[in-house]
Design a protein around this ligand. Structure first.
Ligand SMILES: Nc1ncnc2c1ncn2[C@@H]1O[C@H](COP(=O)(O)OP(=O)(O)OP(=O)(O)O)[C@@H](O)[C@H]1O
Ligand SMILES: [Mg+2]
Length: 286
């Protein structure tokens, strides 16, 4: 089934502030798995600096247009995940995968800021899972290169999930790195054990959103493999550059997920209908 364009959830995507955000520096810090493991428990949290490199919007911009946009999307995802306002919670709704048709459409930027945005609200812990296999994935940018994570949990039952989760300097926001052995990730994503792990994650952390930063649908089978086992998928679409045919092909590939939303990203400010006349007062302290 193709989700009709009329069902687009979040047209009000990132705005002027985001488009003018400084280019992120993709610096990869290396931290050996052994080192991280040795530091557990109480491993050093991912620093504010590393989170900024991963695209986190500064809290000082909490009244900016882009932050407002993210809050609208967050509410929709949380309602679907946990119910509220007369809406029942969707099955496995707290498992949310962020993907796109093509590389570079903004998946990691969106994942980072959705996860941090919900965490900053203070009501719930949030677990961000880096489920991408590329060399400069979120986990690597955050200095977690080589740290055990998702793939290790799938491969071996000897790890405890709690031990592999890394805290961050954003209160209530934790990260699970991709882990070691990305070369066999396609098999791991399609495995029965992955499905079981997702079930376990969803139940064990039933009170928190678990947001996966995934690969592009059209160049990786991983989002397709995750789709039946999660409650929500957000397909990020780079406005003005991604062809509708590619978006439709991506939607086809994740149709096994019960709730698929489109998020139009990188909208030029002159195309924005949202908040056009919405003057939010900037705090003098910001
Ligand atoms: N709304 C936005 N405003 C400003 N910059 C953005 C926005 N969305 C994404 N970017 C920037 O665009 C670049 C690509 O974004 P990002 O890395 O999130 O894409 P991706 O889909 O995760 O890419 P990949 O497929 O390679 O993982 C980054 O430099 C990011 O900071
Ligand atoms: Mg990415």
């Amino acid at each position: 089934m193709i989700v009709p364009w009329g069902d687009v959830l979040a047209r009000r995507a990132p705005a002027a502030e985001a488009l003018h955000a400084p280019e992120l520096t993709r610096t990869v810090k290396h931290q050996a798995a052994e080192q991280l493991a040795a530091e557990k428990p109480g491993a050093a949290p991912v620093s504010a600096d590393a989170l900024a490199k991963a695209g986190l919007i500064d809290r000082a911009q909490r009244h900016s247009r882009i932050s407002e946009e993210f809050r609208i999307i967050q509410s929709k995802l949380l309602r679907e995940a946990f119910g509220g306002n007369g809406v029942a919670a969707a099955a496995r709704g707290n498992l949310i995968v962020v993907t796109s048709a093509l590389p570079g459409e903004g998946k990691s930027f969106v994942t980072m800021n959705l996860a941090a945005g919900i965490a900053r609200q203070g009501d719930r812990r949030v677990l961000l899972i880096d489920a991408d296999v590329k060399p400069d994935s979120l986990g690597q940018i955050m200095g977690l290169s080589g740290a055990p994570g998702l793939f290790d949990l799938v491969r071996s039952g000897s790890h405890s999930i709690d031990d592999l989760i890394v805290p961050t300097t954003v209160e209530h926001l934790d990260i699970l790195p991709p882990g070691t052995g990305a070369a066999e990730s396609a098999e791991l994503f399609a495995s029965k054990r992955m499905a079981e792990l997702l079930e376990e994650l969803g139940q064990r952390y039933a009170d928190r959103p678990i947001i996966f930063d995934s690969s592009p649908c059209l160049s990786s089978s991983n989002p397709h493999a995750l789709a039946p086992w999660v409650g929500q998928i957000v397909v990020v679409v780079a406005a003005g550059s991604t062809h509708q045919g590619d978006v439709e092909a991506a939607l086809d590939l994740v149709q096994n997920c019960p709730s698929v939303s489109l998020l139009l990203n990188k909208i030029a400010p002159w195309n924005l209908h949202s908040f056009g006349s919405y003057a939010y007062p900037l705090p003098s302290s910001a």
